[in-house]
Design a protein around this ligand. Structure first.
Ligand SMILES: Cc1cc2nc3c(=O)[nH]c(=O)nc-3n(C[C@H](O)[C@H](O)[C@H](O)COP(=O)(O)OP(=O)(O)OC[C@H]3O[C@@H](n4cnc5c(N)ncnc54)[C@H](O)[C@@H]3O)c2cc1C
Length: 511
């Protein structure tokens, strides 16, 4: 079997689905997605979408907040363009049936989150991502020229001899077949790489496949050292990872240590709050800190945060009566595949949008609720720019893998070792020594996995482990190069920001 379309989209989060809606006006669309179509980071987004909606707010203010969070590395022109398009993409979602909270009919309810100087976060209770996904999946499913392929894992991009992307080789995970998905335009919308770290808020699908595939194909990659750690993941050893949204701090919840003392302004940016928590935990030896919501009205808390309330209750915590135990975890990849203002990469025919891309919008750190916004805006921009420039070319023959079968337990062990190493050496507080060690270790693991990959029959877990190892190398290597601290990258041997030498993105040029 072969998939052929005018547009190939890899990934069905906010960026992939919104691109599909737009591109379907110009041609046929195939979306391949490695699990069920609703499974993505997007699905779990709680807080919302930042956009200038209120008359007292302004584009200039949202841009300044974005630049401040980005710690000197945002591209101002991109930030201005993305923020200016925010209200329009929100209106487009409303027009196709998204149901966001309102204060009165037709007037959207806006939340304020950390780092924002206005209330500007459009939301659907504390399950905004679920509502965005529901709306977009329904809209895309209604289009006759869009085909969604669930359980189809893109393994590698197909690039022809002229250096043009022609699509991707895709593993049908359910029947084990490797097929070619060919299109003159390919959009990478594969999301982030939280799974490269032991503790993460990201679901299992976030294994950095897009960055790894693009890097192997010769794309430029940038700012991979900037990992945003979210300060407040529910501390629930053995339970599933669950984010306790920033919106709760916007609502008035306060971070306290195990002696119930306030140790940081809870509305500071995520990197500052995460580091303050780590240092609290190191000082006291405690395994977590606490987010105290008990000062707020219990009914209001339950009404505003039904999802968090229910989840915590399931974990034995009534957040209206007791503080929620929390720890920091890897949350968002600020870097990624380098793109221009249209979402184009340096490989002809290849676009990237959403968390997989490094568009210049997020800089060294992401402002809360700016990523759904970025995904929407760049999906729209890329679809507007992508023209069907070339006929579908002959795909390069897939390299047949070996015949060996690798044991699941062996893969799981390697995956765990890689994630532990990344968490311990390239986590919230890094040092020259830890980064040197991590760089060498990631390189060694990547080589071993590559040898395994070459000799084994294609297997979805192995494909993703290979990508995690590639991404680990890119993150550790980039972090090692940056001899300063900025945004999501903190090196205790270079604790200050050094504008004279480092006010520039880290660019890894594809080969
Ligand atoms: C718990 C949580 C809460 C968040 N809250 C907010 C918030 O309130 N506001 C905000 O702006 N942002 C939030 N974020 C961040 C935001 O959700 C993501 O950055 C954004 O949704 C990314 O969208 P995306 O379309 O780029 O990728 P995703 O939504 O992650 O979608 C990626 C898709 O690609 C697929 N895929 C990946 N690799 C392959 C492959 N090899 N082959 C085929 N398919 C593949 C995945 O299965 C998935 O369908 C949150 C993130 C998390 C984890």
């Amino acid at each position: 079997m072969k998939i052929e379309a005018d547009y190939l989209i890899i990934g069905s989060g906010v960026a992939g689905l919104f691109f599909a809606l737009k591109a379907a006006r110009h041609g046929s669309v195939a979306i391949v997605t490695k699990r069920e179509r609703r499974e993505s980071n997007t699905q779990y987004a709680q807080g919302g979408i930042a956009a200038v909606i209120d008359a007292s707010d302004s584009v200039a203010s949202h841009v300044e907040d974005t630049l401040a969070a980005g710690d000197g590395l945002c591209d101002r022109a991109i930030a201005e363009a993305v923020v200016a398009e925010g209200p329009e993409v929100v209106r487009e979602l409303l027009a196709i049936g998204a149901q966001f909270n309102e204060v009165s009919p037709g007037v959207l309810s806006l939340m304020r989150e950390g780092g924002h100087s206005h209330a500007r976060v459009v939301h659907a209770d504390d399950m905004t991502g679920r509502e965005v996904t529901r709306t977009l999946v329904r809209a895309v499913e209604a289009l006759p020229n869009v085909t969604l392929y669930d359980h189809h894992l893109a393994v590698d991009l197909i690039v022809d001899v002229e250096g043009r992307c022609r699509g991707a080789r895709v593993l049908d995970v359910q029947d084990g077949q490797l097929i070619e998905a060919l299109a003159p335009v390919t959009l990478l919308a594969t999301g982030g790489c939280g799974q490269v770290f032991l503790h993460t808020t990201n679901p299992r699908v976030a294994s950095g496949d897009g960055v790894a595939m693009a890097w192997r194909a010769g794309a430029n990659v940038g700012n991979m050292e900037f990992t945003q750690f979210h300060p407040t993941m529910l501390y629930d050893p053995g339970g599933p990872s669950f984010l306790v949204s920033e919106a709760l701090r916007g609502f008035g919840a306060v971070l306290v240590n195990d002696r119930a003392e306030v140790f940081i302004d809870s509305l500071k940016t995520r990197d500052k709050v995460s580091r303050a928590i780590v240092s609290q935990m190191q000082e006291s030896g405690a395994e977590c800190v606490y987010l105290d919501t008990t000062v707020k009205d219990a009914d209001e808390t339950r009404r505003r945060f039904p999802n968090i309330y229910q989840h915590c209750l399931g974990a034995g915590i009534d957040m209206t009566k007791q503080p929620i135990p929390v720890v920091p975890a890897a949350h968002y990849m600020c870097g990624g595949v380098c793109t221009d203002e249209h979402g184009q990469t340096n490989i002809a025919g290849l676009y990237a949008a959403g968390e997989v891309a490094m568009s210049g919008f997020q800089g060294a750190n992401r402002l809360a609720s700016n990523s759904l916004l970025e995904g929407l805006v760049f999906a729209r921009r890329a679809a507007g720019h992508a023209r069907i420039e070339a006929p579908v070319g002959k795909g390069v023959k897939p390299t047949a893998g070996g015949k060996g079968v690798v044991e699941a337990a062996q893969l799981a062990e390697r995956r765990q070792a890689l994630r532990e190493m990344m968490w311990n050496e390239v986590g919230i507080v890094r040092s020259d020594q830890s980064l040197q060690l991590a760089s060498a270790e990631a390189g060694r693991m990547a080589k071993e996995i590559e040898i395994l990959y070459d000799g084994m029959a294609l297997d979805a877990e192995l494909v993703q482990l290979r990508n995690l190892a590639t991404v680990a190398e890119l993150i550790a290597g980039s972090a090692r190069m940056r001899l300063e601290s900025r945004g999501g990258h903190y090196n205790s041997d270079h604790p200050e920001r050094d504008d004279a030498n480092w006010q520039r993105p880290t660019l890894l040029v594809g080969h």
